[in-house]
Design a protein around this ligand. Structure first.
Ligand code: NAP
Length: 445
């Protein structure tokens, strides 16, 4: 066997992902050494509880609760604990002691990314984070390296597996949100407290990371507009299906020009939106993730696969480790995070999108013309109107008043949030409208 130089690897966290990384590091030691040109020696695994039961059988002597000794004795530190603190302090300690770092911690990067990247740049350390967005799917390195010579204009991502599973069940099996969430919890896709997923917080963290990377601009988490899936109803899913669409929770990162000032900027936002069934993102089922990238020269690209899971995510972590270890032994500084573009981040009010508005209306002559007038009053032009009749039940109040009601699905051309909100306010007060059943944005066109 070839005698390689030794790189000491410290693992912070031995949970779902950490235990799999440890197992693979031990099982594939020789193979990895041949690929890297250095031996990757796992020197310890930081945990809270030394006696906790582990799903993977790992040598007991590797586990420790002494963070400082472990970090200061390592060439490479892999942070897989999660949370903001002490993960942030431990990563800074590692960087300042001359180690390179791999992390999968999206919450930490979305919140303290600039501080950590600046610390790494200052000492020429590497900070890799492929697993922080979309688990096993290679997307960070493709954006940073492979598309580093291109200009990314837009990213549409399904980056949260739990919400995709729920929306997919609602679409394909007719589940309510509560039923689909219960199943997701039973199958282990959803946490006991599902707020981070269904509230869109997890997707917003990933949107902040992707937008920062794609547009070479620091996009803070607070500037990401966020809506979760909690108000998505079976009626909206059904109405989208009838119109040839599916509802997906999207993380959207876009390069834009402000219509009034002509200033170039970017937008990052997360909300449930209608995607046409012919779009590649519509066929992302179950708990899978996909990231659809539109770049100036490369055109449209889609990255698809498992967005979570201990062993799947461990693959991305090990990829980061191999890449970083090769550079470590070659010497020289790491790839600096680039935020030179410093583009302004636009608020949701500057965004234009298409909308689908579903209205329940009384079926009388002149209704369509009147409602079209409400849209036009606010400068919102119509792209499509579909109508289905709902005969009123004999004996009901509505039967006495009119012969039937109708459901109208009105698709708009691009409109601003403000214009659409004003339109919907007026529609709700219109005498022909009995209910504004749904307002959803339409994306991917
Ligand atoms: P996990 O199963 O909860 O494991 C966390 C590990 O960190 C545990 O071993 C825990 O020790 C240890 N730990 C936590 N706080 C600690 C502290 N203060 N001091 C010492 N040890 C501490 O988490 P995970 O699912 O593996 O996720 C790890 C990271 O990967 C997170 O940032 C997560 O967002 C990211 N990620 C996870 C997935 C996934 O599918 N799971 C996918 C993509 C990214 P004990 O075992 O003693 O409790």
């Amino acid at each position: 066997m070839i005698e390689y130089r030794n790189l000491r690897v410290a693992l912070l966290g031995g949970g779902s992902v950490g235990a799999q990384v440890a197992r693979l590091l031990l099982e594939q030691k020789e193979e990895l050494a041949n690929r890297v040109g250095a031996s990757l020696e796992l020197v310890g695994i930081l945990v809270r509880d030394l006696d906790a039961e582990r799903t993977v059988d790992l040598p007991r002597e590797l586990f420790t609760t002494d963070a400082e000794s472990l970090i200061l004795g390592a060439d490479v530190v892999i942070e897989l604990m999660g949370g903001l603190e002490p993960a942030r302090s431990y990563i800074l300690m590692a960087i300042n002691s001359g180690a390179d770092v791999v992390t999968a911690n999206k919450a930490l990067l979305a919140t303290h990314g600039p501080e950590l990247f600046a610390a790494a740049d200052q000492v020429g350390a590497q900070l890799n984070y492929e697993a922080a967005v979309a688990g096993a799917i290679p997307i960070v390195r493709p954006l940073r390296d492979s598309l580093g010579g291109d200009r990314v204009n837009r990213i549409l991502g399904i980056v949260n597996g739990t919400t995709n599973f729920i929306l997919d069940r609602m679409d394909t099996d007719g589940d309510t949100l509560e039923e689909a969430l219960r199943l997701a919890t039973d199958l282990g896709y959803a946490e006991a407290d599902p707020t981070a997923d269904i509230g869109g917080y997890d997707a917003a963290q990933k949107a902040a990371i992707l937008a920062s990377l794609a547009f070479h601009t620091n996009v803070p988490l607070e500037s990401v507009h966020r809506e979760g899936i909690t108000s998505v109803t079976p009626a909206q899913i059904e109405s989208a299906r009838k119109a040839g669409y599916v509802v997906k929770l999207l993380a959207i990162c876009e390069r834009l020009v402000d219509a009034e000032t002509g200033t170039e900027g970017v937008s990052a936002r997360v909300y449930p939106a209608m995607v046409h069934r012919s779009h590649p993102l519509a066929s992302v089922h179950g708990a899978n993730n996909a990231v659809f990238v539109e770049a100036e020269a490369a055109g449209s690209l889609m990255f698809y696969g498992a967005g979570a899971g201990g062993v799947e995510t461990a693959s991305a972590v090990l990829g980061d480790l191999v890449s970083l270890a090769r550079r470590h032994i070659a010497g020289g500084p790491g790839v600096a995070a680039s935020s030179h573009a410093e583009l302004p981040v636009f608020s949701i009010n500057s965004i234009t999108t298409r909308y689908a508005v579903t209205l329940e209306v009384t079926d009388e002559p002149g209704v369509l013309a009147t409602l079209a007038g409400v849209f036009s009053d606010h400068g919102v032009s119509l792209a499509l109107v579909e109508q289905s009749m709902t005969p009123a039940q004999p004996g009901t109040a509505s039967h006495a008043a009119v012969s039937s009601t109708a459901t109208l699905v009105i698709g708009t051309h691009e409109a601003t949030e403000a214009a659409l909100a004003a339109t919907v306010r007026d529609l709700a007060e219109n005498k022909f409208v009995t209910n504004v059943a749904s307002v959803l944005r339409v994306e991917g066109v």
